[in-house]
Every structure is written in C-alpha cells, then in structure tokens.
Design a protein around this ligand. Structure first.
Ligand code: HEM
Length: 138
C-alpha cells in the first residue's frame, strides 16, 4: 500500500481553518481511549499541545515530500521521543485517534483513498521512529 501526497496535502488544507478544534478533538479521543497516555503530556499546556499535533502532521507530509530529509528528521524525532518515554505499542493508538479525528472532521471527504494514504504514511513514519527508538534505547 502506498500514499498519495496530494491527498495528504488536501486533508491538511481542509482542516487548516479549524486546527485548534481538530487538535482538541484528537487529544480528547486519544485520552478517552487511552487514559494512560495523558500523563505523558501533563507538563504541556493545551495550546502547545495543539500546536505540536499540527507540527507533527506537517512534518509527516513535508518529510514524505522530501525523502532526503526523512532519515535525519526522524532520527532526531525518535531521540526526543525516547526522552518523552514513548513506547512502541503506543504508536497505533496515536494513529487511530488521528484517523478517527480526520473521519469526523472531513465527513464524506475522508475517502477510502485518503484513509489509505494516511494509514500508509503514518506506518512509514512510525516504523522509522520505532526503529530509531530501538536504536537509541541501547
Ligand atoms: C509517528 C508518530 C509520532 C510523530 C510523528 C510525533 C511527532 C511529535 C512532534 C513533532 C512533537 C513536537 C515536539 C518534538 O518535535 O519533539 C511531539 C511531541 C510529543 N510526542 Fe510525539 N509523535 C509521534 C508519536 C508519539 C507517541 C507514540 C507518543 C507516546 C506517548 C508521543 C508522545 C509525545 C509527547 C509526550 C510529546 C510532547 C513532549 C513535551 O513537549 O513535553 N508521540 N511528537
């Protein structure tokens, strides 16, 4: 399965006007399903948290647009996530909260192709981050 960059870009454009609301919904979904993740973000205020989600989404799309940036960016992102205490098994939880928030915000525009693109893009980035986490963990 592969992703279509224009669809990822389109989805970001579609949520642009409602970024804060989107981020609030994402964290609400994530924490409702996985309350054990909430303490990880305890020191971060909501405004910063919302900005982080949007940066993460933009980072995913930008790094897939410019694959030469991918390994360096992901390596340092993984190093920071080791410090945050992120664990391999938590990656799918973040992905599911992201996809369900997109589904809610985009409605009929959250097409099968767009879903597949996001799933596949998220898989690529998570796999690299998980590899990076494991490498720096030793
Ligand atoms: C592919 C998946 C993920 C991506 C692309 C991603 C991306 C990001 C980005 C861009 C930031 C902003 C700060 C920085 O750049 O270091 C961030 C912060 C954070 N991420 Fe992730 N993340 C992912 C998965 C996770 C997972 C699975 C956890 C598990 C708990 C997590 C926990 C955190 C925390 C706690 C912060 C905020 C740290 C702080 O400022 O105190 N992330 N993430």
């Amino acid at each position: 399965m592969s992703f279509q960059l224009p669809l990822l870009e389109q989805s970001l454009d579609q949520i642009q006007a409602r970024q804060d609301e989107f981020a609030a919904q994402f964290y609400a979904t994530l924490f409702a399903k996985h309350p054990e993740i909430k303490p990880y973000f305890a020191k971060v205020d909501m405004a910063k948290q919302q900005q982080m989600l949007i940066s993460a989404l933009i980072l995913i799309v930008r790094s897939l647009e410019k694959p030469q940036l991918l390994s360096g960016t992901i390596k340092s992102l993984a190093e920071r996530h080791r410090r945050y205490g992120a664990m391999t098994e938590q990656f799918p939880y973040i992905g599911e909260a992201l996809f369900s928030t997109f589904a809610e915000f985009l409605g009929a525009d959250w097409t099968t192709e767009m879903q597949q693109s996001w799933r596949s893009a998220y898989d690529v980035i998570s796999e690299k981050m998980i590899n990076g986490l494991q490498q720096v963990a030793v």
